[in-house]
Design a protein around this ligand. Structure first.
Ligand code: PXP
Length: 239
């Protein structure tokens, strides 16, 4: 079964809008795990606009499922993840001011930085995952520099209609990239703009998908349906 990793950045965004501790990030993470979420994802950005440094340290104490920390491998980011030692670090190429991740790595261009980071994480027993577009060359490079996993960027698939792209072609591109990764020994995660309308087809095309990371759509569904029903529905899509 594919793992459901819940990205809780948006809970922190809501909390920070008012100051104080409502909603309570730790309570949300604890309840999501209790209801069956297989992991918790966060993306501590340099401006701390949602997840703050202290949140990362506090979450370490309550996350007992797969803890996934995303970020650009700056010195400050690496110092933090080495302190916390999550199960997985997902490396993204975002500039500090990016609203959200919207493209995968150019692995060849960044191979020195990525390889150094992957080696460092490996030494600490942390799995590294590279955020990638559905580009076979990038997948091969990721394997070559020693990444453990990749996270395929699903934005183009989820937004195919708005982008004037063929849904089937985006799914096919995801499948080909995932199969290439699997062949090379990389585990395959996926994320971005996934929701109850598009996860099932993704899972159908990539049955061996290791994990999906869901944030914006999942949290919106929590507002409509409540957390227990939302976890249940997403888990059903991933069976
Ligand atoms: N994967 C990565 C690398 C991301 O940066 C994000 C957003 O933080 C997600 C997955 C989750 O995307 P969404 O919020 O659209 O579900």
């Amino acid at each position: 079964m594919t793992k459901l990793s819940v990205n809780i950045n948006k809970i922190a965004t809501l909390r920070n809008a008012r100051g104080g501790n409502v909603p309570d990030l730790l309570k949300f993470a604890t309840e999501a795990q209790g209801l069956g979420a297989d992991g918790i994802t966060i993306h501590p950005r340099p401006d701390e606009r949602h997840i703050k440094r202290q949140d990362v340290l506090d979450l370490k104490k309550v996350v007992y499922t797969d803890f996934n920390i995303e970020g650009y491998p700056s010195d400050a980011f690496l110092e933090l993840v080495l302190q916390v030692k999550p199960e997985q670090v997902t490396l993204v190429p975002d500039a500090p001011e990016a609203i959200t991740s919207n493209a995968g790595w150019d692995v060849a261009k960044n191979s020195k930085l990525l390889k150094k980071t992957i080696d460092l994480l490996k030494k600490e027993g942390i799995a590294s995952s590279l955020f990638l577009d559905t580009n076979l060359e990038q997948v091969r490079m990721a394997a070559e520099i020693g990444a453990n996993r990749i996270e395929l960027y699903t934005g183009p698939y989820a937004n195919a209609q708005n982008l004037g792209m063929s849904l089937m072609e985006t799914l096919e591109a995801l499948r080909l990239a995932a199969e290439e990764a699997q062949k090379l020994g990389l585990a395959v995660n996926a994320g971005h703009d996934l929701n109850l309308n598009n996860i099932k087809a993704l899972k159908h095309f990539i049955p061996f998908l290791r994990e999906v990371s869901v944030g914006q759509g999942f949290i919106a569904d929590c507002l409509y349906l409540g957390l227990p029903e939302t976890v249940k529905k997403y888990k059903t899509c991933l069976k």
